[in-house]
Design a protein around this ligand. Sequence first.
Ligand code: NCD
Ligand code: ZN
Length: 347
Amino acid sequence: MQRTLTLTRPDDFHLHLRDGAMLTGIAPESARDFARAIIMPNLVPPVVTGAQAQAYRERIRTALPGADFTPLMTLYLTEASDSADIVAAHRAGIIHAVKLYPAGATTNSDSGVGDFDRVRATFEAMAEAGVPLCVHGEVTDADIDIFDREAVFIDRVLDPIRRAVPGLRVIMEHVTTADAVAYVRGADRGLGATITTHHLIINRNHILAGGIRPHYYCLPVAKRETHRQALLKAATSGDARFFLGTDSAPHADPAKEAACGCAGCFTATNTMPVLAEVFERAGALDRLEAFVAHHGADFYGLPRNAGQLTLERQDAPVRFPEKIETGAGPVTVFDPGFPVHWRVAAG
Ligand code: NCD
Ligand code: ZN
């Protein structure tokens, strides 16, 4: 049995770091294992301009004194976004992508896009300048069942955008369905997808069977088991279009454990050990490095990291903290629901 695994230091291509006391409390959880992360812009108010992204990047750096961690910033696309500002911020190295949230899709997405024709010119400018588009792929229509929203989004929104602006590089964020995996596989170029840690592990039974478990509720919501299997197959396949974006999305426990609980799983603390266990069980430990450290960097046109991360296997299950205490309240760490034998080796 393999006991140690040394990887290129990984990147997280979809991360929520929040702001203020929550940022200070949870940012070290990502900086410990990851070299870089694509930082989601869904603050309140959202990060819309290059100047706001630059200021947010400074706040992240301040929260991580001395850490070897590079935040890769994104802008939140609105119908009023300024293409020239987006392109200038990208050229200046302040941002690495723009995030499209359909209006009302998820946490803090009220400023998102309702009418896709109104951002068409921005997509064209981004394609021209090589700015990638990260997409939250769910329609928000009240008459579409929540379990169908990703598949419907592909047909009604994503495919038309990609046909209209073929030069646009798109990342389908946190894919949750076999439909999305098939769509990415069928694209000839310019399309990648992130897969989260938790969607490789949970299906909708984990949220709903035998009692409601708010810490497994995230968006897009986990689907049925066949979809989880499709995600696992994609992540462990070696296909360079699939890469890790944890979507680690902290909310303080009272906001999760409520009559109307927030969406988001917090996986930053234990993602690498949990993924090692998942890949080992799938007989694909040799493909973990590409998924967490090569494919995403290559898709974004970033150099692969020079540093390394070593994981060690032990016989006894590893214990992770149940919660991270922050100035904004306690945040429950994702529980994969099975023993994890891997841990990150010191230094
Ligand atoms: C995210 C959040 O809390 O910001 N929640 C989630 O369930 N993933 C928003 C998002 O990425 O959809
Ligand atoms: Zn997210």
